[in-house]
Design a protein around this ligand. Structure first.
Ligand code: ADP
Ligand code: MG
Length: 716
């Protein structure tokens, strides 16, 4: 059964986004960059001329692919891949697990005469059929119909992954059920990019822009991560099983000295970074910056931005390469949001903007009055969108790992707010108040020079504590978790902004039809919109207690934990929004809600059982040996102090074991189950940890079975 074309091939555009984001592969004089990518440059040399032309045209116009092209593309792709040593190909997709999935197929099919022929047709390129039963679907796919379909996304370039023992052709694909419902994160992202393009194009017309043919959303993620020596990793069952340490006392030295952040990068780490960057460049991922982060052994990597679809695919690839390359250096790359309690966690800043296919960034203030008006319009739409859909945005980044971070001291709070910067906030305040005089709206918007005051570009006026900050020519959504896929948060951003753009565009159309000129028409619209939404704008310290109470009095949501946030995925506002824009149906939303709740429960169950097992079978015996040793040395007083600690440790373990019992957990309702994990399991785990961390400080070092923070975090 064919997949509904409009679902999968929802959006089409040039691979390199016509001048927005990363450089065109052909423009690069770097030999390594894009070496393993089936780029448009490679396509141009390898495809028959007419096929290449047709393909580029359909991609640029955003049309569905003519299947007659597929065979020719498949042939060229296969020959290119075989020359590069590929033996297998795979459709790469993003199931709702948030990870990347692949199913490998050999190019070579036996001929029956003892030889093998390299086979790969258009059919195999366009569509794959992985067994979907091993991927979460949240009830969409009935078990009797285990088939899922992967469908080629020609807008995200195919690439070759090298391995010492062969190479693999990877084809970015969407993943859908046989009924055409999205089972992945790519399809809704493509749909949301389409939605935003339509709305933004409608608005651009009102500002007199007739050149642009399409608007892309762009994303540039800044990825934080930890690197630790693999020896310590393998000695810690908690790291192996859950990606984070479930035990560990705070080390005597933290990041107080700031010697890591500004320190030089150690040789082994630098070698790792160079190697990772080279591997990523071969794959056409435009990596750009690297530096140390605040916490010891924490680092950051950032690429140049790309269109959201390619950027999201590249981000998945980046996380995979980062982890693979680490092993070459005896390192483990930790992507968990909170690998070490009491130490800075890892996030992923999601720089987001909108740009036309003619290369204009819609969030660039510009320096002519006309551009200023347009900029203020789009900026107002973002403010309105974020305010209206705070809960949904928060839900789009919810996970158990994130619950350790959001609201903790070093991470953006669970309360959504927007930082505009002093100057831009002044501009909007002036608009709202319709002020006259020195800072009249006219002097900002109006037709005199210098129009907008210089806005802080790249780092001038910064507020590191804001979860959503304007940074000169883009918004930076800072609350993403380090291990997350970019797809869902960007799907949400694109769709909520599409809605707000349409809302404001409609008002503007009406006013223009009534005969007002652009500026006169726009000013009252911006005034109303900002007045109605300014409670989301906050320039102060998001970490302060005062902000929490002020936010509450402003009526902003404070969704602390995943089970508090996820219900916003299926709220009435969300369902209406997503179905109006054809991004996710109610059923698709419900399936995501269900899958994410299930993941929350499952991950916490694994953590809780791992914690109980380590406590009982590793830490408790160590403490007992320590007591025996003290008694043997006739140190009765010390022994009885340790005994007291052990006794509360044992109590806590019993509590946790009881919390972990199947029969004590509510199984009839997923949300209730998640709330049980939040209210019963997590506190029980924390109590076990608190007792264990006290013991860690008294038990003889040679008896303590887990490597300590002071070792893991300071060996580079
Ligand atoms: P800063 O140093 O202020 O954070 P950078 O220019 O270094 O600014 O950008 C940080 C991240 O933002 C990079 O990943 C970059 O690619 C991304 N970025 C820059 N411009 C845009 C844009 N228009 N859309 C999306 N991401 C962007
Ligand atoms: Mg940043």
């Amino acid at each position: 059964m064919p997949i509904r074309q409009q679902n999968v091939h929802a959006a089409r555009w040039s691979l390199n986004g016509h001048g927005i984001g990363a450089p065109d592969l052909t423009a690069s004089d770097n030999q390594v960059f894009g070496e393993n990518v089936f780029s448009s440059a490679v396509q141009r040399t390898r495809l028959p001329k007419d096929v290449y032309k047709k393909l580029s045209k359909t991609l640029a116009r955003g049309e569905a692919l003519d299947t007659s092209l597929a065979d020719a593309v498949a042939l060229a792709m296969k020959e290119w891949a075989l020359e590069k040593g590929a033996t297998h190909y795979t459709h790469v997709f993003q199931p709702l697990t948030g990870l990347t999935a692949e199913k490998h197929d050999s190019f070579y099919a036996p001929t029956g005469e003892g030889t093998a022929l390299a086979e790969f047709s258009g059919k195999e390129l366009i569509q794959g059929e992985p067994d979907a039963s091993s991927f979460p679907t949240g009830g969409i796919r009935a078990t009797f119909e285990a088939r899922g379909y992967t469908a080629w996304d020609p807008t995200s370039p195919a690439f070759i992954l090298e391995n010492p023992n062969g190479a693999l052709l990877c084809i970015p694909t969407a993943f859908a059920s046989w009924t055409g419902e999205a089972l992945d994160h790519k399809i809704p992202l493509l749909r949301s990019m389409d939605a935003l393009s339509k709305s933004a194009m409608r608005a651009l017309k009102l500002f007199g822009n007739s050149e642009a043919g399409r608007v892309f959303t762009t994303v540039g993620p800044e990825q934080e991560y930890f690197l630790i020596d693999e020896q310590y990793f393998f000695e810690r069952p908690d790291l192996i099983t859950t990606g984070r340490t479930l035990f560990g006392a705070k080390p005597p030295k933290g990041h107080e000295l700031d010697d890591h952040y500004f320190g030089s990068i150690p040789e082994r780490i630098l070698a790792y970074m160079l190697d990772t960057e080279r591997e990523l460049q071969k794959l056409g991922v435009p990596v750009k910056t690297r530096h140390n982060e605040v916490a010891p052994n924490q680092y950051e990597l950032a690429p140049i931005f790309e269109n959201s679809n390619v950027g999201a695919d590249h981000q998945q690839l980046t996380m995979q390469i980062m982890q693979n390359v680490a092993r070459r250096y005896g390192l483990i790359c930790l992507l968990h949001e909170k690998p070490f309690a009491g130490v800075n966690g890892s996030g992923k800043h999601n720089n987001w903007s909108m740009g036309t296919d003619t290369g204009e960034n819609l969030l660039e203030p510009g320096d002519t009055p006309h551009e200023n008006l347009q900029f203020l319009f789009f900026c107002a739409a973002v403010i309105q969108a974020v305010n209206k859909h705070q809960g949904l945005l928060r839900a789009s980044i919810a996970s158990p790992g994130q619950d350790h971070r959001l609201g903790a001291n070093e991470a953006p709070p669970a309360i959504m707010s927007i930082f505009l910067g002093t100057e831009l906030e002044k501009v909007f305040n002036a608009i709202e108040q319709g002020e006259v005089g020195e800072s009249t709206p006219e002097s900002f918007l109006g037709l005199g020079t210098p129009v907008l005051p210089p806005l802080p570009m790249h780092g001038g006026d910064r507020n590191r504590t804001s979860p959503f900050a304007f940074t000169g020519n883009k918004f930076e959504f800072r609350a993403l978790g380090s291990s997350m896929s970019l797809s869902l948060p960007n799907t949400v951003l694109n769709t909520i902004v599409a809605e707000a753009v349409d809302f404001l565009a409609e008002e503007l159309e009406d006013a223009l039809e009534a005969g007002a000129d652009l500026e006169a028409a726009l000013r009252p619209i911006l005034q109303r919109s900002y007045a109605a939404n300014k409670e989301i704008v906050f320039g102060g310290d998001n970490y302060s207690e005062d902000w929490h109470s002020e936010a509450e009095s402003r009526g902003l949501l404070n969704l602390r934990a995943t089970p508090d946030a996820l219900p916003y995925l299926t709220s009435d506002d969300t369902v209406t929004l997503f179905s109006n824009y054809g991004v996710l149906s109610q059923r698709e939303l419900e399936s995501r809600y269900e899958v994410f709740l299930e993941q929350y429960v499952t991950k916490l169950n694994i953590e809780a059982e791992t914690a109980a097992s380590i406590a009982k079978t590793m830490l408790l015996p160590a403490a007992a040996r320590h007591i025996a040793m003290l008694l043997g040395a006739q140190l009765a007083e010390l022994a009885s102090e340790t005994e007291a600690l052990v006794s509360s440790f044992v109590d806590a373990i019993r509590e946790l074991e009881s919390a972990n019992l199947e029969e004590n957990q509510p199984h009839d309702d997923l949300l209730k189950h998640a709330e049980y994990m939040r209210d019963t399991t997590i506190p029980a785990m924390e109590a076990v940890r608190a007792a264990a961390d006290k013991l860690e400080k008294v038990v003889a070092d040679d008896l303590w079975p887990l490597p300590k923070y002071s070792e893991i975090l300071f060996v580079k």
